[in-house]
Structure formats: C-alpha cells, structure tokens
Design a protein around this ligand. Structure first.
Ligand code: FE
Ligand code: FE
Length: 163
C-alpha cells in the first residue's frame, strides 16, 4: 500500500518495527548463546526481556489507533540478523566473536533508534501524545542498550579480542 499521508506512513512504519522486534525475539537468544563474555551474555538476555515489552508497547499503540497489530516483514532487520547469524557459523575465536556480536547488535539498536525516533516525532506531529510517550520509552531503552554495548566493548571485550 502506498502511504498517502503521514498517518498512513506512521502505520506502515509501525508494521515494520513490529516485524523487526519480533525477528529480534528469535535472534537474541541465539546471540546470548553465542556470546562467551558473561556480561555480554547477560546483556543480550536482559535485552530479550525488554524486547518482549517493546512488542507489547507496539501492540498497545495499534490498539490506541483502533487498528489490528499487523507486522510487515522488515527486510532491513532480516538482513542485519542474517549477517549476525553468518558470524556465528564461522570459525572465529570466542573473544573476537564477542567483539563482532557487539558490532552486529549495535547495528540493530541503531536501526531501532532511527525508527522509534521517527515514529515518536511523527506521533507528535499527528497529535498522538500518548502514543508518542510510549514510543519514547522504548526509544530511551534502545539508546541505553546501545550505550551499554559500547561500554562492554570499551571496558574489556575489544582488548580481549585484540589479545
Ligand atoms: Fe526493541
Ligand atoms: Fe533493541
């Protein structure tokens, strides 16, 4: 469907991020399993729990709009996850794999940050205040996750990968 107004564009993008989050629900446990560093493993597990809430929030937004929560396959997330999955199949030193998993995860977070940032701004423009604040909550959690990943990389994982 061609988006003809900001309202329709908003709904289309909401379907995209719902698909993206649902794909992540399946990918995060695999990333946690593949990670060797305990903090990184725990970080992926924690973000899995947050991601479940992100899906619920999107469903709530659809409800507020009086729409059924339909997902439309997010090809970008599919590609990002595919790249991460390829890493896990390769024969890489565990410490190096951890550094690369952080890279893959940060690409995912940045995709989400871009989408939620846009959606929150559009919701404001459309005067959907409650929707905007729900989307903002998730946006902040994605930003925090990104920062935590940077911290993990800088406080040991990158150095271990180098050694
Ligand atoms: Fe999320
Ligand atoms: Fe996320």
């Amino acid at each position: 469907m061609a988006a003809e107004s900001l309202h329709e564009a908003f709904e289309e993008e909401l379907k995209d991020i719902l698909s993206a989050e649902k794909q992540l629900l399946k990918a995060l446990p695999k990333m946690a399993k593949a990670a060797s560093n305990e903090d990184l493993k725990a970080g992926f597990e924690e973000h899995l729990e947050q991601t479940k809430v992100h899906v619920e929030r999107i469903e709530k937004v659809f409800k507020l709009l009086d729409k059924a929560p339909r997902a439309k396959k997010c090809k970008a997330m599919e590609g990002l996850i595919e790249e991460g999955a390829e890493l896990m199949e390769e024969d890489i030193e565990p410490e190096t794999l951890d550094a690369m998993l952080i890279c893959a995860a940060q690409k995912v977070e940045h995709y989400e940050i871009a989408t939620y940032g846009t959606l929150a701004t559009w919701a404001k423009q459309l005067e959907l205040e409650e929707v905007a604040s729900i989307l903002h909550e998730t946006l902040e959690e994605e930003k925090e996750t990104d920062l935590k990943l940077t911290e993990l990389a800088e406080t040991g994982i990158n150095a271990e990968a180098e050694a």
